[in-house]
Design a protein around this ligand. Structure first.
Ligand SMILES: Cc1ncc(COP(=O)(O)O)c(C=O)c1O
Length: 342
């Protein structure tokens, strides 16, 4: 039987035994009445880790982003963001649909947004262009290859936009922190609202968290209800989330080490892509190739499963379910691999 090395995403991870045990014995109550002690504990722990007043447990990262947009904008406003960020390109137009806002997009090919690009959009307000209500950044930045932000760049952006809010899509903020040594609090301190996902590299089955001021989180609670994301005995899920926060962050370094080895293998196998393996600093290998979809399909047939995140962009992601042996299997497959010519 062909081997199955699943590098499609870190969302395919399974909960650990410790999470399963914690879920089975969780103390729960109706969170709609504010009576679930495990949800309360998870929200308090996350707020504390991020250095924010308060936090909200939500079913998904998309919902955390969408709630942030709801509490930080008015209909007709503009959000400045990188053109390939999740909130722009991978949420099915949700910001337009839910909040009647539009994006002003800046280049984010390297993962970072240039200060001058952002300031130019804000400056255009003086030329009869719509109100720029907020800035959204992604850390790590997924499509560029899981790139972590330099803290100084993020601080410079946050400082330059005045009292406009900055939302930090930190779906993989834990990866960023482990890779750079910048603390979660230092990253979060640049933001008005910060979200992070429990269900990616941290292996929890469900859930994300949004943190910010108490006033914003009170409003966020109402928006969560409006979006249908208020849950009842959600402590069963929060219990796994607490284990994720306590036990799963440090090990992300192993995913990063394996991704780096894969990056070197892919760079050697596809020199025409001009992929620089040094750009792989966390758990995502991503590069452009004219035959991206074909490569993904043909490697899948050999048991190496990845994906595409744009028409010519290939992505492979490491996570808890990938070990050194899997990586060496990929090495063997790539050694003789050439995409078939059409
Ligand atoms: C950067 C980023 N933000 C947000 C999300 C959304 O998370 P979810 O799939 O939990 O809705 C993802 C999911 O992959 C992501 O990569």
């Amino acid at each position: 039987m062909t081997r199955y090395v699943d590098l499609r995403s870190d969302t395919v991870t399974q909960p650990t035994q410790q999470m399963r045990d914690a879920m089975a014995s969780a103390h729960v109550g109706d969170d709609g009445y504010g009576e679930d002690p495990t949800v309360d504990a998870l929200e308090a722990r996350f707020a504390e880790m991020m250095g924010k007043d308060s936090a909200l447990f939500v079913p998904s990262g998309v919902m955390a982003n969408q709630i942030a947009v709801r509490v930080l904008t008015q209909p007709g406003d503009v959000i400045v963001a990188g053109r390939s960020q999740h909130i722009v390109s991978f949420e099915m137009g949700a910001s337009a649909r839910n909040s009647s806002v539009q994006f002003a997009l800046v280049d984010d090919a390297t993962g970072a947004l240039a200060l001058s690009d952002v300031l130019e959009i804000i400056d255009a307000e003086a030329d009869h262009q719509p109100h720029v209500a907020m800035l959204s950044v992604e850390n790590t930045h997924m499509p560029s290859g899981g790139t972590p932000w330099e803290l100084n760049d993020l601080r410079a952006l946050a400082g330059a936009i005045g009292d406009r809010p900055l939302h930090l899509d930190g779906a993989r903020l834990f990866n960023a922190s482990v890779a750079t040594g910048v603390s979660l609090k230092e990253y979060a301190d640049t933001s008005t609202t910060v979200m992070a996902c429990l269900s990616k590299g941290l292996c929890a089955p469900v859930g994300s968290l949004l943190a910010g001021s108490s006033e914003l989180m009170q409003r966020a609670r109402i928006e969560r209800k409006r979006l249908g994301g208020a849950m009842r005995q959600a402590g069963f899920l929060a219990a796994a989330g607490l284990v994720a926060l306590e036990t799963m962050i440090e090990r992300l370094g192993e995913d990063h080490r394996r991704a780096r080895r894969l990056a070197e293998l892919f760079a050697a196998a596809f020199p025409e892509s001009r992929y620089d393996p040094g750009s792989c600093r966390t758990n995502i290998v991503a590069f452009d190739h004219p035959q991206a979809r074909q490569i993904v399909e043909e490697l899948s047939a050999l048991g190496v499963h990845g994906g595409t995140v744009a028409p010519r962009r290939v992505r492979f992601v490491t996570h808890m379910g990938i070990n050194d042996d899997d990586v060496e299997y990929v090495a063997d497959v790539l050694e003789n691999f050439r995409p078939a010519t059409n």
